[in-house]
Structures are given as structure tokens and as C-alpha cells.
Design a protein around this ligand. Sequence first.
Ligand code: ATR
Length: 296
Amino acid sequence: MTKRARAGKRIGGIEGTTRVVGIFGDPVDHSLSPRMHNAAFRALGLDYVYVPFRPAKQTIGAAVEAIRALGLIGVNVTVPFKGDVIPHLDHVSETARAAASVNTIVDRNGKLFGDNTDVPGFSAALAAAGFRARGKRVLVIGAGGAARGVVHALLEGGAAEVVVSNRTRSHAAGLANAFATDAARIRVVTLDALVDTAFLATRQLVVNSTSVGLHGGDFLEYAARSTPPTCVHFDLAYREGLTPFLKLARAARRPLIDGRHMLLHQGAVAFRLFTGKKPPIDVMARAIGISAKDRA
Ligand code: ATR
């Protein structure tokens, strides 16, 4: 029997030896991360299992402590806990600090390390689509926690200018303040920018970080056709079919990247942190419905 076959036999079920990785989120039932990571564990014959947890906001500290108490390998962290977990960790990476957001926690010899794989995941999703941030002019719609990670990734990647368009100007100004040392490359505007033809004509990438329209209704008023034909449109969110933002971009025949690509690439970085092994990215992509054609 080959090594793979022996491992495959064991991985049918959970044994006394099985190690646990989790995800903390609320809600968490829609998450594709368990499917993606369990497929990857099976493909590599690893005796690991990935399970969802839904802690209450007031118990998040106890939930983080449980990683250590129960000997979990680690967890991913999703909405709304990415900031809340930070005070409960022993170490937080520089990237996670810059993004003010931890989406991956690993227990290393009893010490809890917090990291942010959304930032490199975003950059990897862009790279996989053949887009280089260096020298580019970008529009980021929204100024919440997800936007902050994106702005960090874009500035790190050498973007020439990042314009943040947001409903509440003070929120966007707060985000810009967090990158004060890069003040020359970041600018804050209102949502009027989304219909400003002359401005949109200068963009090479538009990233939507809001959830507008995801639970029904339309996206914001946005003149996608005013962007150049090659302007890439990236929605951090995903759902069955296209998001309302990407529907506008598709109607304008602009290149699209959907949030599953972000999920894939942040998951690949997290997989390496959990297992120390090279992530089987094709297996992970298939598990969340990204076809080989979509990745070409
Ligand atoms: P996340 O942490 O996932 O980024 P968030 O912090 O709630 O989520 O941020 C949501 C973003 O979507 C914010 O920029 C928010 O704008 P405000 O700063 O004005 O609140 C934006 N957003 C949410 N609903 C919106 C709507 N109906 N119209 C315009 N912007 C909206």
C-alpha cells in the first residue's frame, strides 16, 4: 500500500490522534473555509480536521484561551472577531498590527501567535490574476476593517495612489490616519467619486470592500463604464453568482476578481502556518468552486 493510500484510509474518520484546527466567526455557518481546509488535509493525508466555532462576543477571550487549553493547532478568525482577539494573544505580527486585524492564530509551544493572511492573500489574488500593484492608481470603496488590510497591501505593493471612497468621511479619514507615513499616496473622497467620469478614467483597479447589496438590493451608484476597459474590478466578498458590484463591472465588460480568490489565497497562507506544508492550491480552489479555467 502506498503512503498516500494508507493516509487516505485513516482520514476517513476522526481518531484519537487527530489534530484540530478551527474557525471563529458569527455567523460561521456560511463559511467555505472548513470545506477548503479539510479538502487540503485529505489531499496531503494529514490527520487534521477543521471545524467551525461560533463564540459569543463576550466570550471571545475564553474562546482564544481554549486554543491553548484544548491543544488546538490554531484557528482562523472571521467577522466580527478579527480585532477583538488581539488583546488575548501573546504575539501579533507586524502585518496584523498594520491591518488592526488578526485572521489566523497559531499555538506555538503554548504561545498564541496572531497573524493576518488577508493582506498577503489579497496581493496573491491580484498576482494570480496577472495584476501588479506597483505604480497603479487604485480606488477602494469602503473604509472598514477589510479596507484597511487592502490599503496596507496596496501601499506595500508600491501602488502610486490609493483613493478611499466612503459614505462616512470621518471613517475614511481615520483609515488614512493609520497610514500617515504614506500620506502622499492616500486620499479620501466621498461616494461622489463613483460617478466622477474624469476620475474613474484614471483608475487601474477598483476594490469593493463594502457589503452593499449582498443581502438584497442594488450596489451604490457606480459608473463602471467610465473606467478604462482593462481596469480590474475586485470584490472582497463572494456569493453564489456575481455580487451586485461585480454585476456592474461584468455589464461594462471589465476584468473581474471575486472574493473566492481572496478566500483561496488567504487560506493557502494560513494552511502553511497551520501545517508547515505547501498548500495544495488546486485542491483548495476546486473545493470552493473555483474552476481551473477561472485560475488560468
Ligand atoms: P468590514 O470590517 O468587513 O470592512 P465594516 O467595518 O462594517 O465591515 O465596514 C463596512 C464598510 O461598508 C464601511 O466603509 C461602510 O461605510 P461607513 O463608514 O459609512 O459606515 C460601508 N457601507 C456599509 N453599508 C453601506 C451603505 N449602505 N452605503 C454605503 N456604504 C456602506
